[in-house]
Design a protein around this ligand. Structure first.
Ligand code: GLN
Length: 252
């Protein structure tokens, strides 16, 4: 397949927790194995985003300190372009701290509330540094099957009517540890999640869902050739098995 895709990686130096950069490596490899050339531009503080130049946009997670540094820059240099890109069907994946900053607002454990970009109709509040963080392995049910990952966040995210959950929690905390939701979807092409890990290597069907959507938008209908995902599926099944064992233990 002769095709190419262009990805904008937002703030890789400041927002890259628990292997989030692995999502880029996974997308690059899954494209390369299919003859799709994936180019990646890294956009940091002060860099502007051209909404017409990309097919995919990725933003990883970060601690409150880095989020505070990024929040203002997001609004000043990238917010308008992000809204335009998402409205025009560019595929967006934002993980944890990135997901939070692309909502309406994020109130960190301490200090001023951070205004969000408002891509996701959702808001996040961190109850305070002394309150239990949501940490651990997570298994959720997504429309395309289960997703597995690792979460570590203090913020609790609540969805408003304009957003819908990416998935429902099978094991772990998810958005807020209360309503059973995990992540958010805005339309069909903007995905927010708390799943680090990194997310995509152990969730090949979700990775291909993102690639296929980006290809369809750029090169009209394109069928993705199947890859040998035996290793990825084994890692996925291991994580699901561990969660079931933990749930079984907890239910006794
Ligand atoms: N600092 C945010 C929180 O604690 C996000 C953390 C993260 O990206 N893992 O909720």
């Amino acid at each position: 397949m002769e095709a190419d895709l262009r990805l904008a990686h937002l703030y890789p130096k400041l927002m890259n927790l628990y292997g989030d950069r692995g999502n880029i490596l996974c997308l690059r490899r899954r494209c390369q194995q299919r003859g799709i050339a994936l180019t990646v531009d890294e956009l940091e503080l002060g860099d502007t985003l051209d909404p017409n130049a990309y097919d995919l946009i990725f933003m990883g997670g970060a601690q409150d300190r880095e989020q505070r540094r990024v929040a203002e820059d997001l609004l000043e240099t990238k917010a308008e372009a992000l809204h335009q890109a998402v409205a025009e069907g560019v595929v967006l994946l934002a993980v944890c701290g990135g997901y939070q900053l692309l909502g309406r607002y994020y109130r960190p454990a301490a200090g001023e509330e951070l205004a969000g970009v408002g891509i996701f109709d959702a808001w996040t509040e961190h109850p305070g540094a002394d309150v239990k963080r949501f940490i651990g392995n997570v298994v959720v049910r997504w429309q395309g099957g289960t997703l597995v990952g690792f979460e570590n966040h203090g913020g609790r995210t609540y969805l408003e009517p304009g957003a819908r959950p990416l998935a429902t929690v099978i094991s772990g905390f998810g958005n807020n540890g209360r309503d059973g939701s995990e992540g958010a979807m805005q339309g069909e092409n903007a995905f927010g999640t708390y799943l680090h890990g990194s997310l995509l290597p152990k969730n090949p069907r979700f990775a291909d869902h993102l690639i296929a959507q980006a290809l369809k938008r750029r090169h009209s209908e394109v069928a993705l050739s199947p890859l040998d995902d035996a290793l990825e599926e084994r890692a996925h099944a291991e994580a699901v098995g561990l969660a079931k064992k933990k749930l079984g233990f907890l239910r006794r």
